[in-house]
Ligand binder design. Structure first.
Ligand code: NAD
Ligand code: TDX
Length: 336
């Protein structure tokens, strides 16, 4: 596996994966195919050696371009997606086009050239879980039922089903990983954690949806990157791996920690309109990944990971300041 095609590699999780591969696997050359949408940023790949990483700006739904690139690669890892639930509620079109038609285009190319394929997916395809009662609650497993709630998660679920069908009907050598919420450097500032950090850094008040009780299962993005590498190189074809690090926290608790770490008063935030159809709780059972591939998260202390993430946004104002006013104006129009 010397030549990798990483689609969406100029986005948050994809860029962290590319950085991981360059640092840990010196024999591998990475071609990034990225459309550079509002969420893609070529500076996410800045400083990487030009002889190891090449960025091709283009669309995963462009069959001619995709075929040309896939013909010369050993494996494709597909991170490219429209990734934000709130946007999908405003306009689902790009989600259908990129997440479904784009995935289909990649699958057809990998089928034609017999190339190994890995689909990056989300725990959101399984819908949500009720809040824990007295600390007890179910988790998603690889056999959980698909019941997505939003246009975004429905488009990701659709893509997963296409991958499963291409494995079964055409013998495509593919795997899928469904990961929980990622945090870390290079995450676009529309997302919960970087939005609150950059709100504080720019003199705005953090915003909490609904009653803040919704639970997300946080994993550091570098642990996700290592999990994907293990699955890509040692995973069983046709199998789905769930990726998570036992990081369940309510949004209220995450915000409280951000406020504490940034030395702000505990009540210095606004309650805003809830997200329609807001998933209540996600939780991942990653036993298969742990037992079969021996994966373990390295960042097990959320407070340490969050402190480092805050430090990164503080140290890189030039990375986020240009987009901040527009992102917040869009949210304000929506009552959020
Ligand atoms: P992101 O929005 O930060 O990055 C997405 C990248 O894909 C951007 O660089 C964008 O330019 C690119 N892209 C979009 N449409 C494209 C197209 N048609 N052709 C080529 N490139 C295109 O998203 P992210 O948070 O890094 O998520 C990456 C993947 O991981 C997505 O598939 C997402 O569903 C999945 N995922 C995300 C999380 C999370 O917590 N963020 C959790 C689980 C799974
Ligand atoms: O300002 C906010 N206030 C707030 O309370 C924002 C932006 C979000 N929230 C809440 C909504 C969610 O309960 O925080 C939680 C996290 O929100 P997002 O960052 O939008 O993430 P989520 O909807 O959970 O989806 C994320 O994880 C799964 C990624 O964006 C998806 O791409 C991934 O599939």
């Amino acid at each position: 596996m010397n030549n990798l095609l990483v689609t969406g590699g100029a986005g948050f999780i994809g860029a962290n994966f590319v950085r991981y591969v360059v640092a840990q696997h010196p024999a591998v050359h990475v071609t990034v195919l990225d459309k550079l949408t509002y969420a893609g940023n070529r500076t996410n790949l800045a400083g990487l050696p030009a002889d190891r990483v090449q960025l091709v700006v283009g669309d995963i739904a462009d069959a001619a371009l995709v075929n040309q690139l896939v013909a010369h690669t050993d494996a494709v890892v597909n991170y490219a997606a429209e990734s934000h639930n709130d946007r999908s509620l405003q306009d689902a079109d790009p989600f259908i086009q990129t997440n479904i038609v784009g995935t289909y285009t990649l699958l057809q190319a990998c089928r034609q050239f017999d190339v190994r394929y890995h689909q990056i997916s989300t725990d959101e395809v399984y819908g949500d879980l009720p809040l824990r009662q007295n600390g007890v609650g179910a988790k998603f497993t690889p056999t959980s039922r698909y019941q997505p709630s939003s246009p975004y998660s429905a488009s990701k679920a659709s893509a997963d089903l296409l991958v499963q069908a291409w494995v079964r009907s055409f013998g495509l050598r593919a795997t899928i990983s469904n990961c929980s919420n990622n945090y870390g450097p290079y995450q676009y500032i529309e997302k919960f954690i970087p939005r609150q950090i950059t709100n504080i850094l720019s003199g705005r008040r953090p915003k909490l949806y609904g009653n803040g009780a919704n639970v997300r299962d946080w994993i550091h993005v570098t642990d996700h990157a290592r999990a994907v590498w293990e699955i890509l190189t040692r995973g069983q074809i046709g199998v789905t791996y769930l990726v998570g690090a036992n990081g369940e926290r309510s949004n209220r608790d995450v915000l409280a920690l951000i406020l504490k770490l940034m030395a702000q008063p505990a009540d210095d935030f606004d309650w805003v309109k809830d997200r329609p159809g807001h998933d209540v709780r996600y939780a991942i059972d990653a036993s298969r990944l742990r037992d079969e591939l021996g994966w373990r998260p390295a960042v097990t202390d959320f407070e340490t990971g969050l402190r480092q993430t805050i430090a990164w946004y503080r140290a890189h104002p030039e990375w986020w300041q240009g987009a901040k006013a527009t992102v917040e104006a869009d949210y304000r129009r929506n009552g959020q």
